[in-house]
Design a protein around this ligand. Structure first.
Ligand code: PLP
Length: 476
């Protein structure tokens, strides 16, 4: 990047675009299909359509549907397609949001405010979550002052346990949540059984189908009912910017009825400006993600998604079989789809992930938590399907090179004195171990990840927040 501070003079287009391209040089090489997380690439033809549609609506504002009826029409059409896919009926309502996290925040806020209106909960509102639920629910709890009540999952399959959920219900429960599927291990929770519990206690039930909403309907045989067709499911999040292959900034939250959605909407005319009526968190809303989403859903249609999902399912199966065949590696839980993770009792999988990165691949380290040991996650998309065999060859070589090196250390292996350090000194200590000042990205993360893995999650979270607070500094 050229000089710091606000530019005195404007620069020409070619130079700026060249600078933007240069900025990407250290990014993971997603274009070659060697990245197994974060990326949802439908191929050049569909991508060109996404670009064009996004560009066409770059400037319109979703803030005011009376000024931009086109944006309202796009949102309605997208929600209609989503509700159809998720087994909704004429009563189903929903909104387009910027991502899974926003969809989840809205659902939890709506449930909290609905509970407040309908009855007085004697204490702090509570949200029941299996331990495999996405962190976005915990974020919602922090933002909206709700107590997360975490329930154990089955230690082998990593599926939520309905009995544990039923036991966790109290007079303060405002919502139950479960995943279809969970991010970490690709496991679909027993939605029908949890739906029965929600119905029996007249509680709302959110299915997090952020990953599954645009994937599971196209798998065909073998997928248990998970969506609005299931009695007791009242709200469901599904992302288009994942397996819908839309541009980023595209998700939705669906409700069984407008009555459930009512408490999501913010209206305020008590100030000197225009009346603000927002169905979602954002007020000014870019219409580009909506136009791009509408276009890709219409372009691929059921047939297009079925063919992509078929290829991803086959690639995922082959990858899991191939990984299980590598000495020392094993897959975790019972993945139902194209998300899965693997661990090892004899190899440090965080080091393996870094060594794979050096070979040009990206796979995602995940800390141990609950029944899930330190592991590496893969999300397998359309763009990865041609890379399965080269990936397995390199993974085998990298794993053999590490053979006998020992697993990711646990808390017992923390250097003396570290466990008792304050977050500030712990941070300095770990940054110096990584050879950084703490405000740059280290070259390798495996050493730091190994240490973080050994800490209780609250200490880990304090350190990670400290790191990010320094990373987004002005010195970089
Ligand atoms: C199951 C699940 N829920 C929610 C989210 C959050 O979505 P986003 O990153 O779009 O906010 C994710 C993200 O991967 C997810 O996998």
């Amino acid at each position: 990047m050229s000089s710091k501070g606000f530019p005195a003079r404007g620069q020409d287009r070619a130079s700026l675009i060249a600078q933007l391209r240069t900025l990407k040089h250290k990014d993971v090489p997603w274009q070659e299909g060697r990245v197994f997380a974060y990326i949802y690439d439908p191929g050049p033809e569909a991508m060109a359509l996404v670009h064009e549609a996004f560009d066409l609506f770059l400037t319109e504002n979703g803030l005011d549907p009376t000024a931009f009826p086109s944006v309202l029409a796009l949102e309605r059409a997208i929600i209609d397609m989503a509700a159809d896919l998720a087994g909704g009926d004429d009563q189903t309502v929903g909104n387009f949001t910027s991502g899974g996290t926003e969809s989840i925040l809205l659902s939890v806020k709506a449930a909290r405010d609905r509970a407040r209106t309908l009855r007085t909960t004697p204490g702090r509102p509570e949200l029941i979550l299996p331990e495999t639920a996405h962190a976005a629910f915990f974020k919602a709890c922090q933002y909206f002052d709700i107590e997360p009540i975490v329930t154990p999952v089955d230690a082998d399959s990593f599926r939520a346990r309905p009995d544990a959920i039923a036991e966790a219900i109290t007079a303060n429960t405002i919502l139950i949540a479960a995943s279809a599927p969970s991010y970490a291990h690709g496991v679909i929770d027993p939605i029908e059984a949890i739906g029965e519990i929600a119905l029996a206690h007249q509680l709302p039930f959110h299915v997090d189908a952020c990953m599954g909403g645009m994937y599971l309907p196209f798998v065909g045989e073998g997928i248990p009912p998970f969506d609005l067709r299931v009695p007791g499911v009242t709200q469901l999040s599904m992302d288009f910017h994942k397996w819908g292959y839309a541009a980023k900034g595209a998700s939705c939250i669906l409700y069984r009825s407008a009555e459930l959605r009512r408490h999501q909407i913010f209206a305020w005319s008590g100030w000197t400006g225009y009346s603000v009526v927002n169905p979602t968190v954002l007020s000014t809303r870019g219409a580009g993600p909506m136009a791009a989403c509408w276009a890709i859903l219409k372009h691929l249609g059921r047939e297009g998604y079925e063919s992509m999902v078929g290829a991803c399912q086959a690639a995922s199966r082959r990858l899991q079989d191939g990984i299980e065949a590598i000495p020392g590696l094993y897959c975790l839980g019972s993945s139902d789809c194209n998300l899965f993770s693997f661990a090892s009792d004899s190899i440090n999988v965080f080091t393996l992930a870094e060594d794979m990165r050096a070979r040009g691949w990206y796979i995602q380290p995940q800390f141990g938590f609950g029944p899930s040991p330190a592991n590496v996650h893969l999300s397998v998309g359309h763009h990865n399907v041609n890379q399965v065999e080269p990936f397995l060859t390199d993974l085998n070589l990298a794993a053999c090179a590490l053979s006998g090196s020992g697993p990711v250390p646990d808390s017992a292996a923390l250097p003396a004195g570290m466990a008792g350090m304050s977050p500030g000194s712990l941070f300095e200590h770990m940054a110096s171990m990584a050879g950084t000042e703490g405000n740059e990205l280290p070259d390798r993360m495996d050493g730091i990840n190994g240490l973080l893995n050994g800490l209780p999650h609250a200490s880990r979270d304090a350190l990670l927040a400290e790191f990010v607070n320094r990373l987004y500094s002005r010195q970089g």
